[in-house]
Design a protein around this ligand. Structure first.
Ligand code: AMP
Ligand code: GLY
Length: 430
């Protein structure tokens, strides 16, 4: 099969790496990819993975390429092309593509849609309201004592959520989004949720429109600094599984969240074929969905795919074809840890082009894979090319061993200004 992966981050490197191991993959392109993706080769025939000079949101360019090469299956990594309707466009042109269509992708592209859907169908979530006008929004925030999360409706590069702990902070956040238009059109509407306390986990469920298959749990580390301090980032590291949910607990999460969600999709004629990633707070009053994403998590993918024992081509094909009920997802017993190495200054502005050293030494370490995110080739060197640079991932028998292996690999790698968190997975050591 000829495969095309859309995207360029650590998530896409993990997807490419796993797809390349499948005997079905005879040709694999990535648009636009990165330096690490370009070093992968296919297990079936030794062919290199080919990176294309096509941006992930260049829908006409991607379509023309897939048509020209007769790509058998396109796999979409990031949220933007999904929200822009890349799946609808490919399908209208008779091409097979994995990911939710534009309507189904609204679970991520519109927080107002997602919140109101949860209310309609009894998916457990925070107490919340959706607003267009500042007056009623302020009144609702005041009724929560100002302790709330104020969220821009649309995609805002993960920055559209403002956590407030007083009425004054909430008023300011509401004004910033609705009046000051800090997020432009993404903020013409907002969701306000009560602030929830508890343990936050990531859920991933592969869906085919009728069936949802829940992955083991993972935990992200969204803040820039150790101890969950610092600014919100795209994610500084992950591990899986977490100790917070037992196998019975996972079945209960399926029943509490995915069962009403699937029923709601069926009732509204929403055909979700792709990956549903609910961000969930485990509270004293049970699990509550904070948000939905309509794609694989980054860096969650980097810890899930090394643990997945199935052929990823077959699994994604079943998601597209509506035959997931015939697939059993199998997970290795190993724990996996991904430590993100980011550029100095991230999540603020960063300087690109720093030479990365030690990748060869890290690649020789056992049970380790260095996934590239923001990297590029410059002559003979691999250089930094973004905020999150590498996802140094290792797996082993138990979380402590996997953490030790991941940090041992991190020690091999250096580039000027590199920043990491030292406590990835620490919460899971019980
Ligand atoms: P979101 O993009 O909606 O997941 O929000 C980003 C982050 O803000 C989440 O990962 C949580 O850490 C935090 N957050 C969002 N909503 C809430 C809430 N209702 N209560 C507490 N924390 C929240
Ligand atoms: N792990 C954060 C995200 O993918 O949005």
């Amino acid at each position: 099969m000829k495969l095309l992966v859309i995207g360029s981050g650590g998530r896409e490197h993990a997807l490419v790496w796993k797809l390349a191991r499948s005997p079905h993959a005879t040709r694999l392109w990535c648009a636009p990819g990165n330096a690490g993706i370009a070093e992968e080769t296919l297990a079936a025939n030794g062919r290199p993975v080919e990176c294309l000079p096509l941006a992930a949101d260049d829908l006409p360019g991607l379509l023309a390429f897939a048509q020209g090469e007769k790509v058998d299956l396109t796999v979409v990594g990031p949220d933007n092309p999904l929200a822009a309707g890349v799946v609808d466009l490919f399908q209208a042109n008779g091409l097979r593509i994995w990911g939710p269509n534009q309507r189904a992708a609204q679970f991520e592209s519109s927080k107002v849609f997602a919140q109101e859907f949860m209310r309609r169908h009894g998916v457990p979530t925070a107490e919340a309201g959706t607003f267009q006008e500042p007056g009623p929004a302020r009144a609702f925030a005041a009724s929560l004592g100002g302790r709330c999360a104020v969220k821009a409706d649309g995609l805002a590069l993960g920055k559209g959520v403002l956590i407030c702990r007083s009425v004054a902070e909430a008023d300011e956040a509401i004004d910033e989004i609705l009046v000051g238009q800090a997020f432009g059109a993404a903020g013409t509407r907002i969701v306000i949720q009560e602030l929830l306390e508890g343990t936050e986990i990531s859920l991933h469920a592969l869906c085919d429109g009728r069936t949802a298959k829940l992955f083991p749990t993972a935990q992200d580390h969204k803040r820039a600094l150790d101890g969950d301090l610092g600014l919100n980032t795209g994610g500084m590291g992950t591990y899986s599984p977490t100790p917070f949910v037992t196998p019975a607990g996972l079945a209960a999460l399926h029943e509490a969240i995915l069962t009403p969600w699937l029923r709601g999709c069926a009732a509204e004629g929403i055909d979700f074929r792709g990956l549903l990633y609910p961000g969930v707070m485990l509270t004293a009053n049970g699990p509550k969905v904070l948000e939905f994403n309509a794609r694989f998590g980054d860096p969650e993918t980097q810890v899930y795919l090394p643990r997945l024992e199935n052929d990823l081509v077959e699994v994604l094909a079943a998601s597209v074809d509506g035959t997931l009920d015939q697939v059993e997802l199998r997970w290795s017993e190993a724990a996996a840890v991904c430590v993100v190495m980011a550029s100095g200054g991230y999540p603020g502005p960063v300087t690109k082009g720093k030479v990365i050293r030690g990748l060869t030494a890290a690649a020789q370490m056992p049970h380790t894979k260095v996934f590239h995110a923001g990297t590029a080739r410059k002559g003979a060197d691999t250089v930094t090319n973004g905020g999150r640079v590498l996802g140094v991932t290792a797996w082993g028998a138990g979380l402590a061993a996997a953490r030790a292996a991941a940090y041992a690999a991190v020690e091999q790698i250096e580039f000027e200004g590199a920043q990491i968190r030292r406590d990835i997975g620490a919460k899971g050591l019980v």
